[in-house]
Design a protein around this ligand. Structure first.
Ligand code: SF4
Length: 233
């Protein structure tokens, strides 16, 4: 499993894939990556320390992902992240957070602000079509207003290439994301062990009709494969 990488294009940053206690929500119908988890805090710290040891601080920007939300990382790992921020002069750090944990974000922002680090928080919205998101993706975001979903977050993830999505719905999701968030990350669904599986037709529609319009947009990351950031397996 690759746990450290460098993103050189668009918002250059280093990225680490850390291991925590695991996603507590676990209901999203498209997701099977909550297996990268352990209740063994010591083992997690050992693994995460190794991943963090590669951080050089070359861009002053670090993204931390953990197959879940930041608050599922152990306290000892969070301390190790903060120590790396200080020693490597990181000024901006990106984390991910499920909607359910949004009330934990201000405390994290405060803790990092105290060491001079700005937190950019990313939420997996996947789609702004609330019916599709909740009835098909089972995402667990009851709020339907994109402006309210965006409160307290800086960035969002969208997930495309699924049955029932259209060029119109995907384009609308991107434009809504760009209206309410600083940056968006579009993930294209790949085959996995989850109940909801991709549609080749929808993936092709994205690649042919939407990708050319946004591929050079500096506010849009597009992962045609889930390892395009260089971490994962
Ligand atoms: S997508 Fe995120 S929140 Fe949903 S089950 Fe997977 S790890 Fe949990």
């Amino acid at each position: 499993m690759q746990r450290y990488s460098v993103i050189t294009e668009k918002n250059p940053r280093e990225i680490v894939l850390l291991r925590g206690q695991g996603c507590r929500y676990r209901r999203c119908s498209f997701c099977d990556y909550h297996d990268d988890a352990s209740c063994d805090e010591k083992a997690n710290l050992e693994l995460n320390t190794e991943a963090l040891s590669h951080v050089t601080g070359r861009f002053g920007c670090l993204e931390v992902v953990n197959s879940g939300s930041f608050c599922e990382l152990d306290g000892s790992t969070m301390k190790a992240i903060m120590a790396v921020c200080t020693t490597k002069k990181i000024s901006t750090i990106h984390f991910e957070c499920h909607w359910l944990y949004r009330r934990h974000i201000p405390a994290l922002r405060k803790a990092f602000a105290e060491i001079g680090v700005d937190v950019k928080m990313k939420i997996g919205v996947e789609s702004f079509d609330a019916a599709y998101r909740e009835d098909v993706m089972l995402k667990g975001i009851r709020e339907t207003d994109p402006a309210k979903i965006a409160e307290g977050f800086n960035e969002c993830c969208l997930l495309f290439g699924l049955p029932g999505q259209t060029v119109k719905s995907m384009r609308n999701d991107i434009e809504t994301g760009l209206k309410h968030f600083e940056r968006i990350c579009v993930n294209i669904m790949v085959e996995n062990e989850a109940p909801l599986q991709p549609s080749d037709q929808v993936r092709q529609a994205f690649v042919n009709e939407i990708y050319p319009d946004y591929k050079d947009n500096p506010r849009v990351d597009i992962l045609l494969h889930n390892t395009d950031f260089g971490v994962g397996d």
